[in-house]
Design a binder for this molecule. Structure first.
Ligand code: ADP
Ligand code: ZN
Length: 514
């Protein structure tokens, strides 16, 4: 029997060969391994977020106050900070507590970064900017280290401004889930830095955030970001001013009407408008023209607006409805006396809300009578009532108002025992204890309150149709009306309610109608 031993011996021979040759290939293999390791190490270091000071833009960025338009209120707030950075002694001698942390909040593209840059530039301070997203790293402790470094650097080169963009990335309220230890460490380090420097450091910290409500309250305490500046999307005058900034030095044809462009771009931010101006120039260039024509702006608007489909851009017809809706809130607030005076009414869309009317109690009160609460319900329902009166039907734009009214009516019935006839058996919202009968009564009671308020709102606005028209027209023209402007329009209209003159016992109220 012959066995083919070659098959068996083959691997063995092979092994021998390997052993014999080891003195040649082993060093080679080691070399390759070493090289691979060096390469990997190098890659890791490269990929690792570097702990370096943020980029300084002092000399390169030349943003001036005049470059930022349509945000006059915000600029006004910063004027004082600028004075401080230029001449801190003047304030310290007076023992004034100087601003240290300023928080800009508002939608992206409204000029928050520009404002910070302009402030730095105009007050001769160095500008350090860093996005908070960069502080949130996968390596524990790195975010905190970056913050420490950033502030050290800023202190060393004072006067300086530290600008932290997208503060939400580290500053979101600690809600339990979705918040990791690294973020926590980073936030804590930021708080330490904010608390840690003296006025003499001449460092001002600024941050930008989209939503104030989402931020950790610890950030907003006195001595931290205790000054909050709202940077809202511009109204029609603001939009025109921004368009002027972005067409500065560009050759415009005689037919260009920037005011009309401003009118047709309700809801657009400064960044969007910069885009419109640029698109118009590009369009003119494409046609090899010497000047930018109005038709170029029309094309540009269409293009930019189309690119913003997810954002609400309001049509002329919607704008009219919106104007009457907000006018309804404003007129009703006026009619209700001092319960919830209007601070501002606007049809400039912002976030979810198309327009809104900001009501502020004239004093910070936590107690309201039943009558006052019903007046508030009328104010919340007045937007819908105005739509009903003027257009004969209501839109879905009042969803938020209805939520508030429902909540208010519910509280009145359940928590405050304010429903008529059932006061004796106050119906607290301990659901399990409620019988079917009680539930039915309280639901109908809630509905009765709401319906009653809506009918009153309809009656009062019909009675005061003329002032309603006046406010709506003013809103259509100016888009935003401040308290004084509203008072000028409504000054001769007598309030219909005196409920605010008496006080009962209830908790704080929501303040914004949409
Ligand atoms: P934010 O920080 O609020 O997101 P930016 O300040 O970064 O917005 O603005 C982005 C760009 O949009 C700016 O470079 C500028 O061209 C334009 N822009 C935004 N707001 C304004 C404004 N108020 N005035 C002029 N240009 C603006
Ligand atoms: Zn409303």
């Amino acid at each position: 029997m012959t066995v083919d031993t070659r098959v068996m011996s083959n691997p063995v021979e092979w092994l021998h060969a390997i052993r014999d040759g080891a003195e040649y290939w082993l060093p080679l293999l080691l070399c390759v391994l070493l090289l691979a390791m060096v390469y990997l190490l190098w890659r890791t270091i490269q990929l690792m977020p570097r702990v370096t000071p943020a980029k300084t833009e002092t000399s390169t960025s030349r943003v001036t106050w005049s470059d930022v338009a349509g945000v006059e209120e915000a600029k006004e707030e910063l004027r004082e900070v600028s004075d401080f950075l230029r001449d801190p002694d003047r304030f310290e001698r007076l023992g004034a507590r100087v601003p240290k942390g300023i928080l800009f909040y508002g939608p992206p593209g409204t000029g928050k970064t520009m404002l910070a840059k302009a402030l730095a530039n105009e007050s001769g301070a160095r500008f350090y900017s860093q996005s908070a997203a960069a502080f949130v790293e996968m390596f524990a402790g790195l975010g905190a280290a970056r913050i420490r470094k950033l502030f050290d650097e800023a202190r060393k080169h004072a006067p300086s401004i530290v600008f932290i963009d997208e503060l939400d990335a580290v500053g979101a309220a600690r809600t339990g889930h979705g918040f990791n230890r690294e973020q926590d460490q980073t936030l804590n380090q930021l708080l330490v830095e904010l608390d840690g420097f003296a006025p003499s450091d001449q460092v001002v910290v600024m941050a930008a955030s989209n939503r104030l409500q989402d931020l950790d309250p610890a950030l907003l305490r006195p001595g931290r970001f205790d000054r909050q500046v709202h940077v809202a999307p511009p109204d029609v005058a603001g939009r025109e001013a921004i368009l002027r900034v972005h067409t500065r030095g560009k050759p415009l044809a005689a037919d260009v009407d920037l005011e009309r462009v401003a009118r047709q771009t309700s809801g657009l931010t400064g960044a969007d408008l910069a885009n419109v101006a640029n698109e118009a120039a590009i369009n003119a260039g494409r046609h090899e023209l010497q000047h930018i024509r109005m038709s170029d702006f029309d094309v540009a608007m269409e293009r930019v607006v189309a690119g913003l489909q997810q954002r609400k851009v309001v049509t002329e017809k919607e704008k009219r409805i919106l104007a009457y809706h907000e006018a309804g809130h404003a007129v009703m607030s006026h009619l209700m006396g001092d319960t919830m005076p209007v601070q501002k009414a606007t049809i400039v869309s912002r976030g979810q809300a198309l327009g809104y009317t900001l009501n502020m109690p004239s004093e910070d009160r936590y107690m309201h009578t039943r009558e006052e609460l019903i007046d508030m319900m009328k104010i919340y329902l007045a937007g819908r009532a105005a739509e009903q009166i003027v257009f004969g039907r209501v839109t879905n734009g009042a969803a938020n108002d209805l939520e508030r009214v429902t909540e208010l009516a519910r509280s009145m019935v359940f928590e405050y025992g304010m429903s008529e006839g059932v006061v004796s058996r106050t119906m607290r919202a301990d659901n399990y204890a409620l019988s079917e009968e009680t539930k039915r009564v309280r639901d109908s009671e809630q509905a009765r309150l709401t319906d009653g308020a809506f009918q009153e709102a309809l009656r009062l606005l019909s009675k005061h149709r003329a002032p309603l028209d006046r406010v709506a027209a003013a809103l259509l023209e100016k888009e935003t009306l401040l308290q004084e402007e509203l008072e000028a329009i409504l000054g001769d209209v007598e309030p219909e309610s005196r409920a605010s003159e008496t006080v009962g016992v209830v908790r704080a109220m929501p303040r914004r109608a949409e």
